[in-house]
Design a protein around this ligand. Structure first.
Ligand code: NAI
Length: 379
């Protein structure tokens, strides 16, 4: 089976997220890194592309050059990943979708809900996929949670507790470090800092596993370090479409917390608990029953979790492997399209532009609610 042709924008040498994408896309052998505009500096981008084995004529100085050249090639790209800084996502994703490319965009999809609505509309009009890299939803046991909830094993979902709290912006002496400062500057970061950057993953996970959409929310934002204008800690209550309540805590000042992404779901028939730092175990407690530990790699898990696992039970997988499940899903869908067949329904679990839009609505609603001392805001 020939490989799918894959292009990257951003993710240049030294970038934070670029390597995770390259590992993830390569993991199952579906994608070949064929073209790229990898860096804001054209020369550095071309040099790094050469190092990665991209042919000289497909190592571009910028994304506009890449778009113009790739759109007319008979061997055009099957998928383009956008891994540039946030403010560029809308323009780049939109341009590639309009030119007929499938896109996987890093989060956040856009800077505003209005822009995200445009992306959803363009994706619909062109029939091109716009996936968003809420990659933590690729963990096998997160997919197990979703499958158990969908199968009714928890009954009606009453409460979700979602957290993404770390402590890496807690040092007041570091607050003026330019790498940290911009995140709390509304001119550069938008209306929200830690919720938009970290908490939004917890928000997506709550919606993903429950299969519910957000209806309204109430937020309390706090800025605890120096003269930060945007929040470094937030508590958000979210009412979901089928009646579940999600209580979400996100923080950048929780000293001692590392990645701090956790998810607990409490239904009328039982509770589930998962921590991203211990992703190989899922705790399941049936009502009035004993707590059981479900292990990733157990063949008796749901088909969704089994499909998302690669390494035998007891051997830890990890974050790039979770991201690889997004690429695996996309590869299956793209190959089905090429064969003119319907995709495997199990491959349709990747986060879409609609998820990106809900996230942008949530960020705007949370900022609005926080400004009015926690008033409930509809989404
Ligand atoms: P970074 O600053 O470490 O790297 C950005 C890269 O993009 C650099 O190589 C830079 O030269 C390149 N670049 C910038 N503007 C460009 C342009 N116009 N054209 C081509 N290349 C350009 O940033 P990082 O941390 O890798 O973040 C990138 C994106 O990934 C952000 O949107 C961020 O929110 C997202 N991200 C997502 C994570 C997730 O869990 N899904 C985790 C970390 C980041």
């Amino acid at each position: 089976m020939s490989k799918l042709r894959w292009g990257m924008i951003g993710g240049g040498q030294g970038s934070q997220i670029g390597p995770a994408h390259r590992i993830s896309a390569a993991l199952d052998g579906h994608f070949h890194l064929t073209a790229g505009a990898l860096d804001i500096d054209p020369a550095r981008g071309r040099a790094f592309a050469a190092e990665l084995g991209i042919a000289e004529d497909r190592a571009y100085g910028n994304w506009q050059e890449m778009l113009e050249a790739e759109r007319t090639r008979p061997d055009r790209l099957d998928l383009v990943t956008v891994a540039t800084p946030n403010a560029t996502h809308y323009e780049i994703s939109r341009a590639f979708l309009e030119a007929g490319f499938h896109v996987l965009c890093e989060k956040p999809l856009t800077m505003t809900a209005e822009e995200a609505e445009h992306i959803v509309a363009v994706s619909k009009e062109t029939g091109r996929i716009c996936a968003v890299n809420y990659g933590y939803s690729g963990y096998p046991l997160v997919r197990q949670m979703k499958a158990m909830i969908a199968a009714g094993e928890l009954g009606d979902i009453r409460l979700i507790k979602a957290e993404f709290a770390h402590g890496f912006h807690a040092d007041a002496d570091e607050a003026d470090n330019p790498r940290i400062r911009w995140r709390y500057d509304p001119e550069q970061a938008g209306t929200s800092a830690v919720f938009a950057d970290a908490g939004i993953h917890a928000f997506h996970m709550a919606c993903f596993v429950s299969g519910q959409t957000p209806a309204e929310l109430s937020a309390d934002f706090a800025s605890m370090v120096g003269d930060r204008q945007l929040e470094d800690d937030a508590m958000i209550n979210i009412r979901l479409s089928e009646g579940a309540l999600c209580r979400l805590w996100t923080s950048a000042i929780a000293v001692g917390r590392m990645h701090g992404l956790t998810l607990q779901v409490f239904g009328e028939k039982g509770g589930l608990s998962w921590q991203q730092q211990h992703p190989e175990q899922l705790h399941w407690t049936p009502l009035n029953g004993r707590t059981q530990v479900l292990e990733r790699g157990d063949a008796s898990l749901s088909p969704q979790a089994v499909r998302a696992s690669r390494i035998p039970i007891g051997h830890a997988e990890g974050m790039p492997v979770a991201f690889a499940n997004i690429y695996h899903d996309l590869a299956d869908v793209l190959r089905a399209e090429q064969r003119g067949e319907e995709p495997d329904p199990l491959a349709m679990d990747f986060p879409s532009a609609m998820d990106g839009l809900w996230s942008m609505r949530a960020i705007e609603a949370a900022a609005q609610s926080a400004r009015s001392r926690g008033a409930w805001v509809g989404l």
